[in-house]
Design a protein around this ligand. Structure first.
Ligand SMILES: Cc1ncc(COP(=O)(O)O)c(C=O)c1O
Length: 391
């Protein structure tokens, strides 16, 4: 038994992403993957729907399952049309290209938002759009005075690019899944439109925001000119996102998707998974939010000087843990390692998978493959690591 393996840390020999793996000493290791809500794998209902999907050539507009998804999503988001695309990155890029049609267009956005940091600068590389990034406030919003100053700066001045678009992100990932207030969305829309600009919403996790506020998603889209929406995060589908907007905007989006190589053929197998994700979204996301809240409260109760969390800022499926006394990378390594002492002291061998988020924090993300029991096991593992670290 592992208990005899002295104090050595025993790395598992199973694949780290498996739910269960085996430690070298024959103890079953329970894996809790809290890196992101993109790591979900389709369950039996989703796989069945994919296998049974009625399909056609979607590039000819002939895939009934894609059409069904697009129509259902348009209704849910309160927009005239939607267009199914492979990724949320492509949905964002298509939206920016659809709004910023002249050379020298400027885009305003938060400096930590996904579109600015993690999408290969596609808006510059491919769309030729100049981004002006503003500091994000701690709850994922932009300062409205700063925003107004940035929008109006180029007005009538031939030296400056012209601001055509403001991009927001809801929920706001880098601030820990914070939900943008509806009144803030209204004010940004008013400001942008007053100065001839449009608003695009990166709604990769829009359903999380809607569930957290207990409002229909359409209420969060009403102040935007376009929206992206992702099926492969909390909704659990393997692939897929969409762009939503007016009929004219989506007609143009169709051309842009083609130009970017995103036109798909029998994509109904993917749309079928997205439809299952959509049908189950409310229930699944609510549970994810409850698990995140339970974890944050539990960690707060440990009152460790090494890891602090403000449970009041946990609004959706993410928890930002502030780390002191050792590096986030080292903390992640210890949470992933399994030792004989852990088994002796806790009765479990748990491997918690996480990434360092910033130099001082770790972001923990819940999703449909994480149960309340997994959450409890992750918390116990965290407690064990803190005690072992003497912090
Ligand atoms: C807020 C946000 N927007 C966009 C994306 C890009 O999504 P995709 O991986 O589908 O391109 C992500 C991915 O994690 C995201 O978190």
């Amino acid at each position: 038994m592992l208990r005899t393996a002295a104090r050595a840390l025993v790395p598992g020999i199973g694949v780290p992403w498996a739910r269960w793996s085996w430690s070298g000493a024959g103890v079953q290791v329970h894996v809790v993957d809290l890196r992101s809500d993109t790591v979900t794998r389709p369950g039996p209902a989703m796989r069945r729907a994919m296998a049974e999907a009625v399909v056609g050539d979607d590039d000819y507009g002939e895939d009934p399952t894609v059409r069904e998804l697009q129509e259902k999503a348009a209704e849910l988001l309160g927009v005239e049309r939607t267009l199914f695309v492979p990724t949320n990155t492509m949905a964002n890029l298509i939206s920016v290209m659809g709004h910023c049609r002249r050379r020298g267009s400027q885009l305003l956005l938060g400096q930590e938002c996904h579109l600015h940091v993690y999408e290969q600068g596609g808006v510059a590389q491919i769309a030729g759009v100049h981004s002006h990034a503003l500091p994000d406030l701690p709850h994922g919003t932009l300062d409205l005075h700063e925003l107004e100053r940035a929008i109006t700066r180029g007005v009538g001045n031939p030296y400056h690019p012209v601001c055509e678009l403001v991009c927001l992100e809801n929920t706001h990932s880098s601030s820990g899944g914070r939900v943008l207030p509806i009144d803030y969305l209204r004010q940004v829309h008013h400001l942008a439109h007053t100065h001839g600009a449009r608003v695009h919403l990166d709604g990769a996790r829009l359903m999380n925001a809607a569930v957290a506020l207990r409002v229909p998603p359409a209420r969060l889209v009403q102040y935007c000119d376009s929206v992206s929406f992702c099926f492969s995060k909390g909704l659990g589908a393997p692939v897929g996102a969409l762009v939503g907007g007016s009929k004219d905007f989506i007609e143009e989006a169709w051309r842009l998707r083609k130009a970017l190589g995103g036109g798909m053929r029998q994509a109904g197998v993917l749309a079928a998974a997205a439809l299952v994700g959509l049908a189950e979204a409310e229930e699944v996301l609510l549970r994810d939010h409850q698990n995140a809240q339970r974890f944050a409260t539990g960690l707060q109760e440990l009152a460790s000087p090494m890891c602090s969390v403000d449970a009041a800022t946990v609004e959706t499926n993410m928890v930002l843990v502030h780390v002191d006394g050792l590096s986030p990378a080292e903390l992640c390594r210890r949470l992933q390692a399994v030792s004989a002492e852990e088994v002796a002291q806790t009765g479990h061998a748990v491997r918690v998978l996480l990434f360092p988020w910033t130099e001082r924090s770790v972001r923990v993300v819940w999703h449909r493959d994480i149960s309340p029991r997994d959450t409890e096991l992750a918390l116990r593992k965290w407690e064990f690591v803190l005690r072992q670290s003497g912090l």
